[in-house]
Design a protein around this ligand. Structure first.
Ligand code: GDP
Ligand code: MG
Length: 598
């Protein structure tokens, strides 16, 4: 194919604004699938994605479109993950395209993720076509949303398309706009040494690791010996092809083309997103710009409820890791929870997705400890360490300085919820940096410690705003703060899984709150149990759980043996869901509930 007949584009949108629906319509229009195949939403394949309406992994689809000018074009649609946790993957995906469709729900308007994504596209010098979706809805307000796109983003919206991805209205105009308004790949020499971007990779049970590539220079062919410039690893290409959207093998991919390669790569972790792929024999002299190592920013411990499930958990994590190189884990032993894993994630959503997949796809009952951010510490001997687990905190006397990650958060909300949101941010040690109004909505920016956001900030924001506020953030760096390790002691034993780093000013109130919560969450036992919060050796809060006198079967006066049996069985099942601490049992829910903030 000649380069000028290629269009590589992505669709960027806030969640639920209709990206997947539009993608399906485009595929349908270009005849890639039968009606029956169309019924299943094509681009969101994983269950969790479908239920949450998010796209986790980027995927690509090649469309063949005959335009009104009579020419046939190849349109490569790159589906970007919409969420901030995957910002780096989004940026690599956008770097593989020349233009974007900016889809905005005409009844909702611009949201936080619309902005985050569109700025990334602008950074990549994309040509951007604004598309107002859902014009079939009575609440659609095309003029207001156009004005918003111009005022907030600074894009000309006079030529914005007005469509309904649901009914199909205006969809043919979208295809024409892609051909007429988005540029073809500008450069690329077929006889130059191969230079291709590694856009994404996933593990397929039949093919093994499938690598999504965008060819910039040269030709990628079957049997070619390729080299990953980052890792230096070399492979022989077994298969080359495209997704139409079904896997279709071809012999080669030329300059400007997007497709996949398979090359007996063992694990997704052997491929680095953003890496440059070249020929082994005739390498290109310069790698593509913008490569970045991705680092997990949120950690938590995952432990099997039942210690016998440990091996199963290990196997499950290995399988997940095959498909998601950004998820990291290492073994961890907790005095309270036994053997488990310390896991690293790109962000909160990523953490939730992995936890959910472990319990859903592998049917594992897990205890997750409180999410923790990565703290940086300078020790008194001037060595630097990174702390991933509050339980591992070194002795305070050896620490010179502790730094925690801060974020820049952008929140969009209808006016009426602003008060509650400002209070939430203030309570989380937030520093307001901007407050403005755009078309009946407020946009507020805060600097916040990530630590204060990791637990339940999203949930609180959603409930305060009845789901109307949208949120996005970026990490801005680490700042030195007065942080202390708060320990919880149950029956005089420290519970390592409940240890956390908190700001000194918040330690008392946090400690008191944890003790009060735990008092309600831990079932009473045959003896009195002190529940304490402490910093170093100093107790700062205390509650006492009084002793229990009756046992469960006391109510059944002798006679009914089967009922007695049932009660005891129930108790045994309940026990399985508990964790033993010295002489005390703590139910799993207690961990989660104790860590929730108000
Ligand atoms: P995504 O999160 O951006 O991929 O959004 P989806 O494509 O999953 O759409 C989110 C919801 O909006 C779904 O329930 C769609 O059926 C609905 N939707 C998408 N496009 C339209 C439209 O043009 N009109 C209406 N009324 N609903 C739409
Ligand atoms: Mg979607």
């Amino acid at each position: 194919i000649s380069r000028d007949k290629i269009r590589n584009f992505s669709i960027i949108a806030h969640i639920d604004h209709g990206k997947s629906t539009l993608a399906d319509r485009l595929i349908q229009h270009c005849g890639g699938l039968t009606d029956r195949e169309m019924k299943e939403q094509v681009l969101d394949s994983m269950d969790i994605e479908k239920e949450r309406g998010i796209t986790i992994k980027a995927q690509t689809v090649r469309l063949t479109y005959t335009a009104q000018d009579g020419e046939t074009y190849v349109l490569n649609l790159m589906d970007t993950p919409g969420h901030v946790d995957f910002a780096y993957e989004v940026s690599r995906c956008l770097a593989a395209c020349e233009g974007s469709l900016l889809v905005v729900d005409a009844s909702q308007g611009v949201e936080a993720q619309t902005l985050a994504n569109v700025y990334q596209a602008i950074d990549q010098d994309h040509e951007i076509v604004p598309v107002l979706n859902k014009v079939d809805l009575p609440a659609a307000d095309v003029d207001r949303v156009k004005a918003q796109i111009e005022d907030v983003i600074g894009l000309d919206a006079s030529d914005a398309l007005e469509i309904s991805a649901k009914t199909g209205l205006g969809v043919p105009d979208v295809l024409e706009a892609i051909v007429q308004r988005l540029p073809a790949p500008q450069t690329g020499e077929a006889d130059a040494p191969l230079k291709a971007a590694l856009v994404d990779a996933y593990y397929d049970p039949y093919l093994g690791v499938v690598v999504i590539v965008r060819v910039h220079d040269g030709v990628l062919k079957k049997k070619q010996k390729i080299k990953m410039m980052r890792t230096g690893a070399t492979y022989e290409v077994d298969k080359v092809g495209t997704f139409n959207p079904k896997i279709t093998e071809t012999d080669a991919l030329g300059p400007g083309e997007v497709g996949f390669l398979v090359a007996s790569i063992k694990e997704v972790s052997d491929t680095a997103i953003g890496d440059t792929i070249t020929e082994e024999k005739r390498p290109t002299d310069k790698a593509l710009p913008g490569y970045k190592d991705v680092q997990p920013v949120v950690f938590c411990g995952l432990f099997p409820m039942d210690a016998n499930d440990f091996d199963e958990l290990r196997a499950a994590m290995g399988k997940l890791r095959l498909n998601d190189a950004s998820f990291t884990w290492e073994m961890e032993t907790s005095a309270a929870l036994g053997m488990g894993f310390r896991c690293g994630f790109l962000g909160l959503l990523h953490l939730e997705i992995i936890q959910e997949r472990l319990s859903r796809e592998f049917d594992l009952d897990l205890i997750a400890t409180a999410p923790s951010v990565v703290y940086e510490m300078t020790m008194t001997d001037d060595t630097e360490i990174e702390l991933h687990n509050p339980a591992d905190m070194p002795e305070v006397t050896k620490i010179k300085e502790i730094r925690e990650p801060w974020i820049n958060a952008t929140i969009y909300t209808p006016d009426e919820y602003l008060g509650g949101i400002l209070k939430l941010c203030q309570d989380r040690r937030g520093i307001q940096t901007e407050l403005s109004y755009v078309g009946g909505r407020a946009m507020v920016k805060y600097e916040l410690p990530l630590n204060e956001v990791v637990f339940d900030f999203y949930d609180r924001l959603k409930s305060i705003s009845r789901g109307y506020a949208s949120f996005d953030y970026e990490i801005v760096g680490h700042r030195a703060e007065n942080l202390v390790k708060l320990q919880i002691l149950v029956n005089d034993e420290p519970v390592d899984a409940l240890a956390m780093l908190v700001h000194r000013d918040r330690a008392e109130s946090r400690g008191r709150q944890m003790c009060e919560r735990l008092k309600d969450l831990i079932p009473r036992q045959m003896f009195k149990i002190p529940i304490q919060a402490a910093i170093g050796g100093k107790v700062i809060a205390r509650e006492t759980l009084s002793a229990l006198r009756k046992d469960v079967t006391a109510k059944c006066y002798g006679g009914d043996a089967s009922r007695k049996r049932k009660l005891l069985d129930k108790q045994a099942a309940g026990k399985k869901r508990m964790r033993q601490f010295g002489k005390v049992e703590i139910p799993q829910e207690a961990f989660v509930a104790a860590l929730r903030m108000d």
